[in-house]
Write a new protein. Structure first.
Length: 274
């Protein structure tokens, strides 16, 4: 990847992380940890990969994106703001009764959101349906679905995985945010989904493992997913929960907690220093 492109992506990811912190801090609630861990993946998707246009968010030819781990909506909203689907002034509305930015993505009221999510385990099923529809309608769009590694403890994920393989959905790419932490601690101690790669392989997926904070690896993985024919792809992205904020990194307690004023100022100073 050219340095200029990488620099652009790094700057966008940093802006997205600032938006995440602002959203959660101003609301006094939300989920910063897992939002920060997917910031680089979301950045690459929205600024390099996805065929989407804020001027025509319902274009039937567009790529689809499903944030199955819907509690990490701050990451999605931040990208949509940077992409100008809606104004940054909406930061003030996050988790407010009369605001459009609900605590979880809402496809009926938020421009650019393709699927309402929040009940964990359901997003991959919706993505499978979108991918099947694309095949039936002879459309060229692709479907991308971001899953939490704690979320894949849900049984419905594996029913959807079985369907994706059965229908040979090579237009579907799932991405597992493998930050190794969920609300109650390490995923291996709560209800281990490991080995994640072997499980998806056994369900007939093309499996790619990457560093989810490395833009070169993200790019290569997404390119490889498009080259794979006859089966769906899953990218297992090793990430750090709370990535970019020193006191949040790899801390389960930042799964669903807003920073106080002092913590907010430290976070913004760290991000501005980058």
């Amino acid at each position: 990847m050219e340095n200029s492109k990488k620099l652009f992506l790094e700057e966008k990811a940093n802006s997205i992380r600032k938006n995440i912190i602002n959203l959660v801090y101003k609301a006094g609630s939300g989920h910063p940890g897992g939002s920060l861990s997917i910031a680089d993946i979301i950045t690459y998707l929205y600024f390099e990969e996805l065929n989407v246009n804020p001027k025509n968010p319902q274009n039937p030819e567009r790529d689809r994106f499903v944030l199955s781990k819907g509690h990490c909506a701050p990451a999605l909203y931040s990208a949509l703001m940077e992409k100008e689907f809606f104004a940054k002034t909406n930061i003030e509305d996050f988790r407010q009764v009369n605001g459009i930015l609900q605590g979880h993505p809402d496809m009926k009221h938020i421009p650019g959101v393709d699927m309402t999510t929040g009940s964990l385990g359901q997003g991959l099923s919706a993505s499978v349906g979108m991918a099947i529809a694309g095949k039936l309608d002879n459309k060229n769009y692709r479907v991308y679905c971001v899953l939490g590694d704690g979320e894949i403890e849900e049984g419905q994920i594996w029913e959807a995985a079985m369907s994706a393989s059965h229908y040979k959905l090579d237009n579907l790419c799932a991405i597992v945010d493998n930050n190794n932490l969920q609300i109650d601690g390490e995923i291996g101690k709560v209800m281990s989904p490991y080995p994640i790669d072997k499980k998806f392989e056994s369900f007939g997926f093309n499996v790619i493992q990457i560093d989810g904070h490395n833009f070169d690896e993200i790019e290569e993985a997404l390119e490889n997913s498009k080259k794979c024919k006859g089966k769906p792809t899953v990218i297992i992205a090793k990430t750090i929960k709370g990535k970019g904020i020193s006191y949040m990194e790899d801390k389960a307690e930042w799964h669903g907690k807003a920073p106080n004023e002092e913590q907010y100022n430290i976070a913004i100073q760290e991000l501005e220093g980058k």
